[in-house]
Design a protein around this ligand. Structure first.
Ligand SMILES: [Zn+2]
Length: 261
């Protein structure tokens, strides 16, 4: 039993996405038994911190529905049914291994911070869960991080990662990756290095100091993928996933879809 559990946990951790690493195996493992650590179920696949007021619970239930609808629209159907854990306090978020990011996913478990309690962050993380469900493991490992993140940014419609935000960054001369640089962010490590270089990971501090949050790398990824998805639609996205599962390399699958009239 212990071996099986350890294996399950390791497999879950192998599917970490770039938007938020869970830093402690021991802490993130608590998500496997949320009710033992102060969370209570309020809907199928939705847990909240005990003490959450009724208005917030209602909002989270509708956020789940809206995020699911966004996934359905982009992917044509919904394959992943992630379990969502919503923390109302920073203490709760830290207890489950969260840090300065607003939300995170590992495997099919999503953890929302008090700063990420909306459908945008939920849909973003759900997109990662959806992609990891639809791709075979080897294909998933070949998928560039910038695409997975850009797709999540597009589907979530998060204002922080939007086209408006991208235009603001340009006009305010805020450093941001060029397209060529963005496309080098293939691995999780490369993505995280870019996020660190351009300061997407400094928003906790910015907001604490009364400054607006900035996400140059996420906005760049959204700027790249948004027009692509608008052009190819869910049919094109599903073709890309199918081609990747059949062994195609990402670049040819991405370019192939782009050429569809
Ligand atoms: Zn992400």
């Amino acid at each position: 039993m212990i071996r099986l559990r350890t294996l399950t946990l390791l497999l879950s951790l192998a599917l970490l996405s770039g938007c938020g690493m869970l830093h402690s195996v021991a802490q993130s493992g608590k998500l496997l038994a949320p009710e033992s650590f102060g969370l209570i179920p309020i809907a199928p696949h939705l847990y909240v911190e005990a003490g959450t007021d009724e208005a917030t619970r209602d909002r989270l239930r509708s956020d789940m529905a809206r995020a699911k609808a966004a996934i359905n629209k982009a992917y044509g159907s919904v394959s992943a049914r992630p379990i969502v854990h919503a923390c109302i306090t920073e203490k709760c978020y830290a207890a489950f291994g969260g840090r300065s990011d607003a939300a995170k996913v590992f495997g099919q478990r999503i953890l929302l911070s008090p700063r990420g309690l909306n459908w945008h962050f939920l849909a973003h993380e759900w997109s990662h869960a959806e992609m990891s469900t639809r791709l075979k493991l080897l294909a998933w490992k070949r998928m560039p991080q910038w695409f997975d993140e850009g797709l999540a940014a597009t589907i979530s419609e998060a204002p922080e990662h939007s086209e408006n935000q991208w235009q603001f960054l340009i006009h305010a001369h805020i450093p941001r990756p060029t397209r060529d640089e963005l496309l080098t962010y293939q691995s999780l490590q490369q993505w995280q290095a870019g996020v660190h270089r351009f300061g997407d990971d400094k928003n906790f501090e910015r907001v604490a100091q009364g400054q607006p949050s900035l996400s140059p790398v996420y906005a760049a990824a959204g700027h790249e993928v948004r027009p692509w998805l608008a052009k190819v639609g869910s049919t094109g996205l599903l073709h890309l996933i199918q081609r990747m599962n059949e062994g195609a390399d990402f670049e040819s699958a991405y370019a192939h879809q782009t050429q569809i009239p």
